[in-house]
Design a protein around this ligand. Structure first.
Ligand SMILES: [Zn+2]
Length: 272
């Protein structure tokens, strides 16, 4: 968690319609000035559907992930989680996503890429953050809590697997009536990362598709091996036929060039 900063006023900067593939949301831009030695401005979006001041709306607190949301990276589950949340809210016709600009659990894009480089060498996501001098999770969730208060929302159903988010909201006086799972299907690139989130950060992940994923990978691997033209079974056969084709091509070329030279000889004979 970040060091507590002296907080100044939260301000609504803009509000505009946002048609999406899940439906039309109202997007409200917020900013908050912080001063802890040097003045800093935090920004976040509230992406809202329906009347969220009534009942207990669905809420997703989502941290920006440029790599998955823009570049389509498969190293994490962020993009899928955002899509699950938008879809669930649209299905109910009511709820909100608070989208924070906290790339890489708050460490920023460059540091996140440096953490990825360490993970390429065998560190897990938590070890990589520590090696770079950051906490496992460098975010605080006080801005979403302030935004919820601004809306007059005091009770939510939280779309998250992260128990830390529920704790921070409760501490800020927002009652988390239910924590609704927001679990993406793992892939071969995200599996280690998700396992670390479950085991070291306590995220409520079932990884229930893991067994199915492994079985499918195993079957796909078998099928690829069977149809791989360079596997051991076919390798000698292919070499044999490649050599055979080369010999035939060579023979055809030499016979056709002989035929051409004979024709040229005849034609020279006729000219003479
Ligand atoms: Zn991500």
């Amino acid at each position: 968690m970040k060091r507590a900063a002296q907080v100044e006023t939260l301000r609504r900067v803009v509000s505009t319609r946002l048609p999406t593939r899940w439906g039309t949301f109202q997007t409200i831009g917020f900013e908050r000035k912080l001063s802890n030695g040097s003045a800093r401005v935090e920004t976040a979006l509230a992406i809202v559907m329906g009347d969220v001041t009534q009942g207990t709306p669905l809420l997703r607190i989502h941290s920006q992930c440029f790599t998955s949301e823009v570049l389509g990276s498969l190293r994490c589950d962020c993009r899928e989680q955002l899509e699950i949340a938008m879809s669930a809210i649209a299905e109910e016709g009511r709820g909100l996503v608070i989208y924070e600009h906290q790339e890489g659990r708050g460490i920023g894009l460059m540091a996140k890429l440096r953490a990825y480089a360490l993970q390429d060498k065998g560190f897990d996501t938590v070890e990589a953050n520590h090696a770079l001098g950051f906490a496992s999770d460098y975010r605080d969730f006080t801005l979403p809590a302030a935004i919820l208060r601004d809306f007059g929302i005091s009770r939510v159903r939280l779309l998250s697997n992260n128990p830390q988010k529920a704790r921070v909201l409760s501490d800020a006086g927002i009652e988390v009536v239910a924590q609704v799972p927001c679990e993406a299907t793992p892939n071969e690139h995200s599996l280690g990362y998700l396992r670390t989130k479950k085991e070291k950060l306590g995220h409520a992940l079932t990884l229930k598709h893991l067994v199915l994923f492994r079985v499918i990978s195993w079957i796909v691997g078998l099928l690829q091996e069977e149809h791989d033209p360079l596997n051991h079974t076919n390798k000698h056969e292919i070499t044999f036929w490649t050599n055979k084709r080369k010999k035939i091509t060579k023979r055809l070329r030499s016979s056709s060039s002989l035929r051409v030279s004979r024709m040229q000889f005849k034609s020279c004979e006729a000219d003479a």
